[in-house]
Every structure is written in C-alpha cells, then in structure tokens.
Design a binder for this molecule. Sequence first.
Ligand code: PEP
Ligand code: MN
Length: 342
Amino acid sequence: MLVVMQAQATEEQVRAVCERIESLGLKAHPIPGAARTAIGITGNKGAVDLGILESLPGVGECIPVSKPYKLVSRDAKEEDSILRIATPRGDVLVGGDAIAMVAGPCAVETEAQCFAIAEQVAKTGCKLFRGGAYKPRTSPYSFQGLGEAGLKILAEVRERYGFGIITEAIDNESLDLVEKYADVIQIGARNMQNFSLLKRAGRAKKPVLLKRGMSATLDEFLMAAEYVLSEGNYNVMLCERGVRTFSDFSRNTLDLAVVPAVKKRSHLPILVDPSHGTGKRHKVLPLSRAAVAVGADGLLVEVHNEPEKALSDGMQSILPEEFAALMRDVGQIAAVLHRHVN
Ligand code: PEP
Ligand code: MN
C-alpha cells in the first residue's frame, strides 16, 4: 500500500500520517519525491483499511501496490533516485545525469599493491575505489582476504588519495567493520539472498551496493533490494554482474538488458560490473562501453597493476592504463547521452 500525499502537504501532515500508520502496528516509509511525498506501508498481512488514511489531512490518494516489491518500485517514487556517496573530496553522485566509476583490485593484497593501483586510478579522475578485504571464494583453500587488516589498508587509500571506498561484507560481523571503515557496503552475488545480511545492511548508515545473484531473476533481485529499504536504508544501488547461462565462452553472461528492465520498474540506480560479467580482460572495455550506452548509472571495474600475480580474478583485471582508456571512452559515450562521469 502506498499513500500519496498532496503536492502541497506539509511535513507535519506527512508525520501525522506516518504516526497513524505506525499506530496500526505497521511500518511507514516516507519517500520524498520532486513533486510529492509518498509513504510506503509495510508489515501488513492483508489489505489496509483505506478509509482511515484517506481522510487524513494532506493525503492525496491511497493506492494498493500489486507488485511484490514496493519501496524500490517506481510507484513509490517516480523519478530516479540519485545517491550521494560521501568521500573526502566531496559527494560523488550516482544516478540521474551522473555516472559513477568504481575501480580497484578484486582483493586487497598488500598496502603496496593497493597504493600502486590507487595512484594510477586516481589520475584518471575516478573517485571511487574498490577492493575486497573479505573474499567469498568457491574454495576454502583460496585466498580469503586480509579481513580487518585489509580494511585498514583501504582506509589509508581513502586518506592518501581522497577516494570513496567500496568493499564487500560477507556476514553480519564483517558488515560492522565495513560500515566503520568504508563509504559503501557491497553485498556480493553469493549473498544476494542472505536475508539476515540484507536486513543488517538495511540498518546501516552507509549506502549499499547490491550485486545480482548469479541465477537471480529480476524480481528476486528487486526483492533483495526491498529487504534493505524495508529496514530504513534507502541508499541502495544495484549492480548487474553477469548470470549463469549455457554460454561457454565467458565466465558469466552479462545481462545488459536488465538495465532498462530495472529502470522501468525501479527508481534505484544500477551499475554494471563488466569484470565478473565476462571474466576476461579483453571483454571489459567493449562491455563497459555497451553498459553505459544501455543506460547504466556506473561501472565497477577490476584493475590490477600486476594481473598475472593477482591473488584473485587476475584474468579479468585490466591494467591501469587500460582503465584510463576506458574512462575516456565512457566519458564520450556519456556525453552523447547528455550524462557525465563523476
Ligand atoms: C567482487 O566484486 O569481487 C565479487 C566477489 O563479486 P561478485 O559478488 O559479483 O562475484
Ligand atoms: Mn573479483
């Protein structure tokens, strides 16, 4: 259920409607929009009695939401959500006209490795740095990440180069630490339906980057985001990173068609990860161009200064100079679409 307030409704009226909703034992989610505020209602088992709410001052209309996802839906908010990621050099915007670029190694390996990559990535104008301190690996014998020591390295990268930091939390324990050290909390493909982790991310104070599960349908993807929003964190960006198909020439099949599909249904920004989406270095640039052309709100790219020595995902990591060329191409494609890279 969605309560759409009148355009001229006051903050007090919005608050009064929220209080009324909460007094019914339900949860109210005010979602301010450009023209009017909508209030999403969750926690109801069946239909909510419309009459009670419709008669309150400032209420425009009450609409039942038939889709399983509510808060992430365009019904709740017509215009695109624009996220602000706080960084030492000011806010980086994601969505609307702004395309956000994120680059860095798959895993934080050493301070020297991160500094070497960060230094070159910073020169390209990219403002967000990625790197996993906690790595969800298929094999328990593969490199699992440096844990908190890795987060400390990322914090140094932040300090020295002014980057906003995006890094993955793999469980509630690591999420506490990621929230402390980083600027954006990444939830990985393997955890897209880890519902307790999603709820914990929903209570976090930092934005969340939610990757699509490797066999997740669009509805499942949006419902995973709904978990985060339903706990009160509306700063969510989605990320398409490839799905499993019969195609045998790449690690995953990058489902670029999901970008306009998400845009049709949801106001949330969606990024594309062409590194995991292809698994091969030579495909990263062409798929990055395509992702921006199709409407992605940003790219998440794995970059390594010595990919042949990388402890994870070296095959799909591009060199810093290749990333510089990618930034130039993406900037030009963005301009054609009247967007800009920030
Ligand atoms: C990653 O970004 O390094 C990662 C593990 O991605 P995914 O969860 O998409 O596999
Ligand atoms: Mn990786």
